[in-house]
Design a protein around this ligand. Structure first.
Ligand code: GTP
Ligand code: MN
Ligand code: MN
Length: 617
């Protein structure tokens, strides 16, 4: 995801090489860079131009410094392994803040902090935090540079690992700086690992700080992140910008920034449909994004695996882009049998983080192969054997790879105008209650389904539900404003659509379990059987059966050819226990109550209708 570079201008002392662009917007950018440098006091400033040569030099430098291990090019050309500090392995929701002026605007699902208070804290921790290090200035575009749905930003960071990752995940380079110079609006993001170096002090493999802050200022569209070098805490373009800040911009401008995969499904007649799906983290977005259908005639093209920006068009449809340029996917569980497309994508040019190292200089993680190699170096750099009794790769170990490497990426995946949406899916990990698939009766019922997305750890007894972890729209950790207002925004966006052109909304659940605790549905490539029904439904080829919770397939309409699915399991996959659903409705009411007056009346009405239908004989 690298944009074309422009020849650099000569360096100004102490300020690295500034890009050779000019325009009315440049002064604000350089003033901000100078201001952040005055606070963080780096030794050097490096304006990133996004060139391949620059990227190569960065990676080589990290290898020399012991921050990356170059993998054996025979097995994994152009690829590297990073090992994080054991205390810096995931997004940190407890240290993630929404610093809106009004507490109410952050809502009950976010950590709110007063902007003035946290600014004082940040001024303290960032003061001199880049001493002894290079401060990189990274201009990036989410979506094709200059596209109608795209947005640009700049990340300042003292982590070369972050620079390399942003280079894969976004479109980085001087073309973006040119846009800023021309006066395009941009978002400011600042990141420091919080590990200044005294003169002569040796660096460590993964610098970070015990104290961590990931702070969003929705009123001024800024992100400040301190202390962590990992994933979403450090690649600020991703969750911080493309979801939390973008959701706020979308609220104000009338569009949606969503935690969704995006695919094109092509039916046996060659007709294409576009599907976006919101599943919580670790619930199968990357898997479905790279689906290889097990039923003949169907094809899936990948457009995105994590974030989708959606905007109503003048034609009454919703248009969607994947704003990212790469995949930052969970490694464990990714194997030939679960996601062969991902395996093929990872042939080279990949940065792996916290996976295990093989003696031959390749990588391994749980689920890559059925059997573990006899000897490995685990993600903490310690010798490992299958008898070690601990995972060799960290459960949240990741791969970072350009989307263009995906063998089934859609040819037009970077099209600036995006694709028109036909279907929106909501799903969570539900052991009980939620059927394999159901269709919403209309947009507002669909928004209701999105607002009730949740996951259940264990299968519950009949007539009850397990403990529900709510994750409405899969956006609980990523909505930058009051989630009740966000529900309302979804309802409002629906009103802008032509009723016959709005995407149809479905709920899916690959994770329903039998009494014996095993998954009832084979999942993965066989999820194409569910997509097949959904597409034929959208195309008007099949009827559905009304149930109290939504429209269900007639079992004879599901293509189950060649599938070894016992009749009892099929029945259980669609079973609706009214008692259990009434209990779940009570839990939904409790959840809704936390939003107070911010909860849209239409959703209360949906809940009331659900209860009415459940109690009707
Ligand atoms: P983030 O990238 O963190 O947002 O998560 P994600 O939604 O992309 O999750 P991912 O695709 O990495 O989910 C992986 C987990 O879901 C693994 O444990 C998979 O085995 C499991 N999984 C994915 N699809 C299926 C399925 O159809 N059935 C079952 N049983 N498990 C699935
Ligand atoms: Mn995600
Ligand atoms: Mn994913």
């Amino acid at each position: 995801g690298r944009a074309a570079a422009v020849a650099p201008a000569p360096a100004r002392p102490g300020h690295g090489v500034k890009p050779a662009v000019d325009g009315p917007g440049l002064a604000a950018l350089t003033a901000w860079v100078d201001q952040v440098a005055a606070l963080t006091k780096p030794d050097r400033i490096h304006w990133v131009d996004g060139s391949a040569a620059e990227n190569d030099a960065l990676l080589r430098e990290m290898v020399d410094e012991g921050k990356l291990i170059k993998l054996n090019p025979e097995w994994r050309p152009g690829s590297y392994l990073a090992r994080s500090h054991p205390g810096d392995v995931a997004r940190l929701e407890s240290r993630t803040y929404i610093a809106s002026e009004r507490e109410e605007d952050a809502g009950p699902t976010n950590n709110w902090i007063a902007p003035a208070e946290i600014r004082a804290t940040l001024d303290g921790v960032f003061d001199g935090s880049m001493r002894g290090r290079t401060m990189y200035v990274v201009p990036f575009s989410m979506g094709a540079v200059g596209g109608p749905l795209s947005h640009i930003g700049v990340q300042i960071t003292d982590s070369a690992y972050a620079v390399a990752s942003i280079g894969v995940m976004t479109r980085v380079g001087t073309a973006v700086t040119e846009q800023i110079a021309q006066g395009a609006p941009w978002v400011k993001t600042v990141h420091s690992v919080g590990a200044p170096l005294a003169p002569g002090q040796a660096d460590v493999e993964w610098p970070c700080n015990d104290e961590k802050y990931i702070v969003h200022f929705p009123d001024t569209l800024e992100v400040w992140s301190f202390g962590s070098g990992y994933g979403g805490n450090a690649i600020l373009a991703k969750k911080c910008f493309a979801l939390r800040i973008a959701s706020v911009i979308g609220r104000d401008e009338g569009w949606l920034a969503e935690h969704m995969l995006l695919i094109r499904v092509i039916d046996p007649k060659g007709k294409a449909y576009h599907v976006a799906a919101a599943f919580p983290s670790a619930c199968g977005k990357t898997n479905l994004a790279m689906l290889r259908p097990t039923i003949p005639g169907w094809r899936v093209e990948t457009l995105g695996d994590d974030i989708t920006w959606i905007r109503p068009g003048d034609d009454g449809r919703l248009w969607a882009i994947n704003p990212e340029a790469g995949f930052f996917g969970v490694a464990p569980g990714t194997g030939e049998s679960t996601n062969v497309t991902a395996i093929e994508t990872l042939w080279g040019n990949t940065i792996f983080t916290n996976v295990a190292l093989r003696p031959d200089g390749d990588v391994w993680w749980e689920g890559l192969t059925d059997e573990a190699p006899p000897h490995l170096i685990d993600w903490e750099g310690k010798p490992w054997t299958p008898a070690s009794g601990r995972p060799a790769a960290h459960p949240n170990s990741r791969f970072t790879v350009g989307a263009a490497q995906c063998p089934q990426i859609a040819e037009d995946w970077e099209a600036p105008e995006g694709v028109p949406l036909d279907v929106i899916l909501f799903g969570g990990r539900r052991a009980t209650n939620v059927p394999l698939v159901l269709e919403a009766t209309d947009w507002s019922h669909g928004v209701f389904l999105g607002s009730t997305v949740s996951s259940e750890k264990t299968a519950a007894q009949e007539g009850t539900v397990g403990e529900l972890r709510r994750d409405p729209f899969a956006m609980l950790p990523f909505c930058g404003y009051n989630m009740g207002d966000y529900f309302g925004h979804w309802l409002k966006v629906g009103q802008k659509l032509r009723f016959d052109r709005a995407p149809r909304i479905f709920q899916v659940n690959w994770f329903r379990k039998g009494d014996d605790g095993r998954f009832l549905w084979p999942g993965f490539g066989d999820n194409a059987r569910v997509i097949d029904w959904i597409i034929r439904r959208v195309d008007g080829q099949v009827d559905a059966v009304d149930s109290p919770i939504g429209r269900l397939p007639r079992t004879e309409d599901l293509d189950l050819t060649g599938l070894d699915l016992p009749a009892a399991d099929l029945e259980e996959l669609f079973a609706i226990d009214r008692e259990s659903w009434l209990a779940e409705a009570d839990l939904t009411e409790e959840f809704y109550d936390t939003f107070g007056s911010h909860l849209p009346a239409a959703l209360r009405a949906e809940l009331a209708s659900l209860r009415y239908r459940l109690q009707r004989p």
